[in-house]
Write a protein that binds this ligand. Structure first.
Ligand code: UD1
Ligand code: CA
Length: 470
């Protein structure tokens, strides 16, 4: 393969994006537009990468100085103070190209969907064809604003005509210019120097170098893009959302190819930062947000939101659960309809059942709260069972306090544990208790009125009431 130098045109203001940033630093769901380009080009190992900056060049420069996608590139910034066209932009890059001989790969910062594979095939095609200039073309049904690829009777590319300069017949040509080219450096320099701006837009068109090469008898080819969606550019928030949709689909596809199954991928929303291990199953209508990791063989049944959380292997998140800033251990189950709030650390083989809410709660391995419970600011020991309707009363209206429950404890149903409080290992709390004092290990904690039975009372009452009716 030839030595490659990459030029990234990034001087555009991107006014239609709204805001005042250089368009190249606009964020997609994954990273800045220009980062997509830098990452797609990196595997080609360009000997230098020239970024043509213009509008808000200081912002772009300082972005590139810290962006991780810049690493591995020898970036040089060329300045285009006035945006006089793509040809002028490349002209501004020529000083930075000094001393380079080989293939110059010309790209746009606002085209984030080209894959590394495509760019690799493209440059290989260029070198196998021993071409002076190869353009990346694709099919786009007219009407559209792209430059048209004009071929002669033998099918040989002869020029590119910009949409605004086309005659009515040319305007119908379906093969268009992506704006990405591979060009031999020794041709590029003089060709760009000689460009003029006598056209409909009064711009220096880079596309004019195609006709120039043909007229000189140089080999000019077009590499047709297999998947036209890769050529999508971003000029406004609508196009950005289309690009984000495709990036999201690619993310899910990557996961599917790695062995993650989705019952209904279109109904799921995954942030780019989410990782899912092979064997996991994601049901319909699931949102996975932020720094969430899903382990191997996890099942997320459906209609769930999991944010900034880690779900360890073989856990099951049942229907309708919400998990945030928490961790769920291996083989544990959550839900249906559970609310795991920030700071919850659920161990292995635990159960958080229906209508259970946890907040800043640590449940050690094997602990269970199966129904209708609030566990806030507490530690629950190994294999402890929390009965239905248990409440840790962690808030007195002013301060939060902690409940500490040992291991192998049994909390009877409908108990209120008024924090701060400690229940020792192996203790038992009678159902319906309000516990306000610590319970020692292995003790019975009983905190409710003693039951009284009044013999015949109900029957007598019935008699009285029924005699009144007659
Ligand atoms: C260009 C091509 C067109 C092609 C289309 C694909 C020309 C004359 N036309 O048209 O054939 O179908 O791309 O999207 O090249 N830029 C600068 N400085 C400038 C002008 C542009 O850096 O002075 C950068 C822009 O920031 C952008 C890229 O070059 O990233 C393309 O510029 P744009 O004006 O969008 O080109 P088009 O007119 O769409
Ligand atoms: Ca454009």
């Amino acid at each position: 393969m030839d030595t490659i130098c990459c030029i990234i045109l990034a001087a555009g203001a991107g006014k239609r994006m709204g805001g005042d940033l250089p368009k190249a630093v606009t964020q997609t769901r994954e990273k800045a537009l220009i980062d997509h380009l830098l990452d797609a080009v990196a595997p080609l190992k360009p000997s230098r990468t020239i970024v043509v900056a213009g509008h808000k060049q200081e912002v772009l420069k300082s972005y590139l100085a810290t962006s991780t996608s810049s690493k591995g590139h020898a970036i040089e910034i060329a300045i285009q103070d006035e945006q006089l066209g793509t040809g002028h932009a490349v002209k501004c890059a020529l000083p930075a190209l000094q001393g380079f001989t080989g293939t110059v790969l010309i790209t746009y910062a606002d085209h984030p969907l080209f894959t590394a594979e495509t760019l690799k095939l493209f440059t290989q095609y260029h070198s196998f064809k021993k071409a002076t200039l190869t353009m990346l073309s694709f099919k786009a049904p007219p009407p559209n604003g792209y430059g048209k690829v004009i071929r002669d009777g033998k099918g040989q590319v002869i020029r590119i005509t910009e949409a605004k300069d086309c005659n009515p017949e040319e305007a119908l040509i379906p093969e268009v210019n992506s704006g990405f080219y591979a060009v031999d450096s020794s041709f590029l320099k003089p060709a760009v120097e000689s460009l003029t701006n006598s056209n409909a837009q009064g711009e220096y068109y880079l596309t004019d170098i195609v006709e120039k090469a043909c007229k000189e008898g140089q080999t000019v080819t077009a590499f047709p893009l297999a998947d036209a969606s890769e050529a999508a550019g971003v000029n406004n928030p609508y196009e950005l959302s289309l690009v984000n949709d495709i990036l999201a689909q690619r993310h899910i596809k990557r996961l599917q190819l790695e062995g993650v199954s989705f019952a209904d991928p279109k109904s799921c929303f995954l942030d780019a930062s989410v990782t899912i291990a092979s064997g996991a199953h994601i049901g319909p209508n699931v949102q996975l947000r932020g720094a969430t990791t899903i382990g191997a063989d996890v099942v997320v049944e459906g209609t769930a939101i999991i944010k900034d959380s880690s779900i360890a292997s073989n856990a099951i998140i049942k229907l309708g659960s919400h998990v945030e800033s928490s961790s769920i251990g291996k083989h544990s189950t959550v839900g249906p309809f559970a609310h795991v709030r920030p700071g919850s650390k659920i161990g292995e083989h635990c159960r958080i059942g229906n209508f259970v809410e946890t907040k800043n709660a640590t449940l050690r391995d094997g602990a269970k709260a199966s129904h209708l419970t609030y566990l806030g600011d507490c530690v629950v020991g190994e294999n402890t069972n929390i009965g239905a309707g248990t409440i840790t009363c962690n808030y007195d209206g002013y301060n939060k306090a902690t409940t500490t429950i040992g291991k192998d404890v049994f909390i009877g149903s409908n108990s209120a544990l008024v924090a701060p409080i400690t229940v020792g290992d192996g203790a038992l709390i009678a159902a319906g208790s309000v516990i306000t004092r610590d319970v020692p290990a292995d003790a019975l904690g009983l905190g409710r009125a003693r039951q009284e039975n009044k013999e015949h009372w109900a029957k007598e009452r019935r008699k009285v009431l029924e005699s009144g009716k007659r």
